[in-house]
Design a binder for this molecule. Structure first.
Ligand SMILES: NC(=O)c1ccc[n+]([C@@H]2O[C@H](COP(=O)([O-])OP(=O)(O)OC[C@H]3O[C@@H](n4cnc5c(N)ncnc54)[C@H](OP(=O)(O)O)[C@@H]3O)[C@@H](O)[C@H]2O)c1
Length: 192
């Protein structure tokens, strides 16, 4: 059984933890105040925190992430303008994180799913589907198995380079919701 630590106990940390636990995974939640003193021994660590918090987490527990799968769910928006991403053009938050954690397998996942759709397991009439990108094939398989066991869909969306497109999708979806063209309980769905 894959074991998970989820850092961040907000909307996404709770919703992701519920999906993984529903699939039988062993899930430990780590609240903000607990990160500094934490010993992390799970196979996978999900960073369910704002992009701006990632530096602090690496400083606190980065050495413990070596040898583990790290799941980046962030949408690195410029929240002042709501009009751009804050990562260099062509790159992604996930690629930057992988460069900073060379001994970890960093995956992008969940950033194109609003929290409500992870809880409801549906987007409109479709089953919620998580898109997963990263360079470690076995890490992706393990995460996808845990997600699908939890009752929603998951697809291997390609290499770490695809995190760029996933962040663009997440950005676009956020702007659609913020401008009230779609609801926060809706979003992009995958039809197969
Ligand atoms: N909400 C969505 O539908 C959605 C969808 C896709 C992706 N995302 C992404 O998911 C991430 C989390 O979003 P959210 O909606 O779950 O936010 P949220 O409800 O505000 O939760 C954020 C969590 O991160 C914790 N946190 C903040 N700074 C931290 C730090 N330095 N160290 C450890 N924990 C820290 C917060 O703890 P405290 O409150 O105690 O500080 C809180 O538990 C963001 O990157 C967002 O872009 C969100």
């Amino acid at each position: 059984m894959t074991t998970y630590t989820i850092i961040g106990t907000g909307n996404m940390g709770t919703a992701i933890g519920n999906v993984l636990a529903a699939g039988g995974a062993d899930v430990t939640h780590l609240a903000h105040a607990e990160v500094g003193n934490a010993t992390i021994s799970t196979d996978v660590v999900v960073l369910a925190v704002p992009y701006s918090a990632v530096d602090e987490i690496i400083a606190a527990v980065g050495d413990q992430l070596a040898g583990k799968t790290v799941v980046d769910i962030t949408n690195p928006l410029n929240f002042e303008t709501f009009d751009s991403l804050v990562v260099p053009e062509g790159s992604s938050a996930t690629a930057q994180l992988q460069a900073r954690l060379p001994k970890s397998s960093v995956l992008k996942a969940f950033n194109t799913n609003f929290a409500a759709t992870l809880s409801s397991k549906t987007v409109g009439d479709a089953t919620t589907t998580v898109l997963v990108a990263g360079d470690d094939a076995s890490a992706k398989v393990a995460l996808i198995e845990s997600i699908t066991a939890g009752g929603i869909g998951a697809i291997d969306a390609g290499s770490l380079a695809r995190a760029h497109e996933l962040e663009a999708m997440g950005f676009l979806q956020l702007t659609l919701a913020a401008n009230e063209h779609i609801g926060w309980t809706a979003g992009f769905a995958v039809a197969k």
